[in-house]
Design a protein around this ligand. Structure first.
Ligand code: NG6
Ligand code: CA
Length: 537
C-alpha cells in the first residue's frame, strides 16, 4: 500500500535512461549480435508469450504439483522444453513486467515498483520493448490481459484518451486492464479508451481519499462477498472491495468471474484476425492473482481451495490458446512461451480460505519464500518454451532470465536492437530452443534488496540495506492474518547481512555458507557491485 503512494519524476527518469543508454551503446557496440546457431529457423514464427500472475514454481503439475493438475500446461512441457532454473527480474509484478518487456533491470530505475491503478507510464517513449522490436521486424503485436506498467503522464482522464500506454510502447492492439484485479478502476481498456463507457456516467479514480458515495470495504464490510485480511478496503465493486476508490463507469465494470473468459476470447480473436501475418501475442491473464473468483465451471474443483481452482482456470486459458493455434494450422510455426511474473503467495490480502486449504500443496515447490521475498521462491518460476517444429522435448537447467527474451527474440527474427537499449538482456536463444544446455553465468534477483546468482551460488547482500532507490520499506512483520507464522519464521531464520547458499545442493536456502566460503562471498559481492555500477550486465 505504501508503495502505491509513490510517484515518479518521469522526465528525469527518461533523461537518466538516455544517458545510461548512450554509455552502454559505446560499450556494447550497439545492436545485438546473435550467437551463431547450428540450425536456421523459420524466418518469422508467430510468438505467443503467456505471462501468468503469481504462479509459483510448484503450482504446475509438470513442476511437481500433485494436489492440482494442469494438463494443458503440462502438454506444452511434454512436447517442449521445461526450464528448471528460469527467473523473473523481481519478486513482484511491476518491476518484473517492466524488466521483461524492456530488457533492463527494474532496480536501475527509480519508481519501478508495484503501481497503483492510476500511476503514470513507466516505459519511456523511445525505450525499446519486446513489442517495439518485433513490430520493427514486421510483426503485428498484441497485448491481451493485465498491464500494470502505468498509463498516461501523471493524470489520467478515464473518460477521454488514455495515453501513453501499451500502444505507445510497441503494441498495435491492446485489450487490457490498468493494474491488477484488486485495484481500481475495474474496467477494461481497448487501446486508448475504456470499453463500454457510458459518457453520462463518467469514471473518477482516487488512490488518496474516498470519492463518491459507494460503499467501501472499510465502512461496509457486511456487504463483502470476500472477506479482507489486509488492505483492500476501498470501493466495493461486484461484492469485492479493492485498493483505491472509484465512482461511475457502472456499465464498464468487469465481472470478476468472467475476466478469464473475456481475456481468453480476446486473445483467440487476435490470433484469428492476424493468422496470415507474423504476430506477437503478449497474453497476460489475471490468474492466479487475487481476488480469486473463478468462473462457475472451475469452482470447487479441487480440495486445495480456490487458489487451485484458478490454477485450473489458467490451465484452461492456455489450452484454449493452443487449440486456436492448432485449429488454424499455426501451431508448428508458433513459439509459445509460458511463464509467471513472480513467485507464489497464498494469502495476499483477501481471506479466501486458500491458506487453510493448502493440504500440503507447496506453491514454491522446493524453494524457500515466494512473492515479495528475496529467496528463490520469489523469482524462480515455471518457464516452458514450445515450438513443435523446432524444439526437441526435454528439460533444461540453463540459468535463464525473462530479461533475455528481448535480445533472444530479436536474434530469432534477425532484428537489431536499438543502440544502448535492453542493457541487461542477453541473447540466450540457443538455450531457449534447447540447442545449448548453457544459459547465463549470472543474474540479479530483486525483492527491494538484491541477490546475485552465479551458477549454483547465491549471495543475498543485506548489508547495503533496503532502499536501492527511494521507496518506503515494508514493515518488518505486518499485522493481520499470518503474522504469527511470519514471526515464527523470522525467529527460525535470523537475518544475516550476508547469506550465501548453494542452490543446487540446498534449494530451500536453509544453510548459510557465508562464513565457510568468504572468498566466494567477496567474488559475488564484487560481481554484483560491477553489474550495478557499470549500468549494464
Ligand atoms: C500489494 C497488495 C497485494 C497485491 C500486490 C501486487 C495489499 C495488502 N497487498 O500491495 O494484494 O495486489 O500489491 O501484486 O494491498 S503484483 O503481483 O501485482 O505485484
Ligand atoms: Ca504478480
Amino acid at each position: 500500500m505504501l508503495a502505491d503512494a509513490m510517484s515518479l519524476d518521469r522526465r528525469s527518469f527518461v533523461k537518466q535512461l538516455a544517458l545510461v543508454g548512450a554509455a552502454i551503446a559505446a560499450r556494447q557496440g550497439g545492436a545485438a549480435t546473435p550467437k551463431t546457431h547450428a540450425k536456421s529457423h523459420t524466418a518469422k514464427p508467430n510468438i505467443v508469450i503467456i505471462l501468468s500472475d503469481d504462479v509459483g514454481y510448484g503450482d504446475i503439475s509438470c513442476y511437481g504439483a500433485t494436489h492440482v493438475r494442469t494438463p494443458r500446461i503440462d502438454e506444452l512441457a511434454a512436447h517442449g522444453l521445461r526450464f528448471t532454473d528460469a527467473h523473473t527480474d523481481a519478486a513482484t509484478c511491476t518491476p518484473s513486467r517492466y524488466a521483461m518487456l524492456t530488457g533492463s533491470y527494474a532496480w536501475r530505475h527509480d519508481g519501478v515498483q508495484i503501481l497503483p491503478g492510476d500511476a503514470q507510464s513507466l516505459i519511456g517513449e523511445h525505450q525499446a520493448t519486446i513489442a517495439s522490436v518485433l513490430k520493427a521486424a514486421g510483426y503485428t503485436t498484441g497485448l491481451v490481459g493485465k498491464w500494470h506498467i502505468g498509463l498516461g503522464n501523471g493524470s489520467i482522464d478515464w473518460n477521454g484518451e488514455i495515453k501513453p500506454g501499451p500502444c505507445e510502447t510497441g503494441f498495435d492492439d491492446a485489450f487490457f486492464f490498468a493494474a491488477t484485479a484488486d485495484r481500481v478502476p475495474t474496467v477494461y481498456i481497448h487501446n486508448h479508451h475504456v470499453v463500454n463507457l457510458d459518457p453520462k456516467d463518467p469514471i473518477a479514480v482516487s488512490y488518496k481519499e474516498k470519492i463518491g458515495d459507494e460503499p467501501t470495504g472499510k465502512e461496509d464490510p457486511e456487504l463483502l462477498k470476500m472477506k479482507l485480511s489486509e488492505g483492500h478496503d476501498g470501493t466495493i465493486v461486484d461484492g469485492i472491495s479493492r485498493i483505491g476508490f472509484m465512482t461511475g463507469g457502472k456499465a464498464a465494470r468487469w465481472k470478476d468471474e468472467t475476466i478469464a473468459q473475456t481475456f481468453t476470447t480476446k486473445a483467440e480473436e487476435f490470433i484469428e484476425k492476424n493468422q496470415h501475418h507474423p504476430f506477437l501475442l503478449y497474453f497476460t491473464p489475471s490468474d492466479i492473482h487475487v481476488p480469486r473468483a473463478p468462473g462457475n465451471q472451475f469452482k470447487r474443483m479441487n480440495d486445495c481451495g480456490v487458489r487451485c481452482d484458478v490454477i485450473n482456470q489458467l490451465d484452461w486459458s492456455v489450452g484454449r490458446i493452443v487449440d486456436k493455434l492448432r485449429q488454424l494450422g499455426l501451431e508448428k510455426n508458433t513459439l509459445v512461451i509460458f511463464t509467471s511474473d513472480n513467485g507464489p503467495v497464498v494469502n495476499d490480502g483477501y481471506d479466501d480460505g486458500s491458506d487453510r486449504a493448502l493440504d500440503g500443496h507447496k506453491p514454491a515447490g522446493p524453494f524457500r519464500g515466494g512473492k515479495y521475498t528475496i529467496f528463490e521462491g520469489g523469482t524462480a518460476v515455471p518457464f516452458i518454451t514450445y515450438w513443435p517444429a523446432h524444439i526437441k522435448p526435454g528439460t533444461s537447467n540453463a540459468l535463464i532470465s525473462q530479461l533475455d527474451l528481448l535480445r533472444s527474440l530479436a536474434a530469432l527474427v534477425k532484428q537489431p536492437v536499438p543502440e544502448g537499449q535492453a542493457e541487461d538482456s542477453m541473447n540466450e536463444l540457443p538455450a531457449l530452443l534447447g540447442e545449448s544446455k548453457k544459459g547465463r553465468d549470472s543474474l540479479v534477483e530483486e525483492a527491494q534488496i538484491l541477490a546475485i546468482r552465479d551458477g549454483h551460488w547465491k549471495l543475498i547482500d543485506r548489508s547495503q540495506g533496503p532502499g536501492l532507490h527511494p521507496r518506503p520499506p515494508r514493515p518488518a512483520i505486518p499485522k493481520g492474518k499470518g503474522a504469527a507464522a511470519r514471526i515464527a519464521r523470522a525467529q527460525k531464520y535470523p537475518v544475516a547481512p550476508l547469506e550465501l547458499y548453494d542452490i543446487y545442493a540446498d534449494p530451500g536456502e536453509t544453510t548459510n555458507l557465508a562464513n565457510k566460503f568468504p572468498e566466494v562471498v567477496e567474488r559475488l559481492r564484487a560481481e554484483l557491485a560491477k553489474i550495478r555500477n557499470q549500468g549494464h550486465s
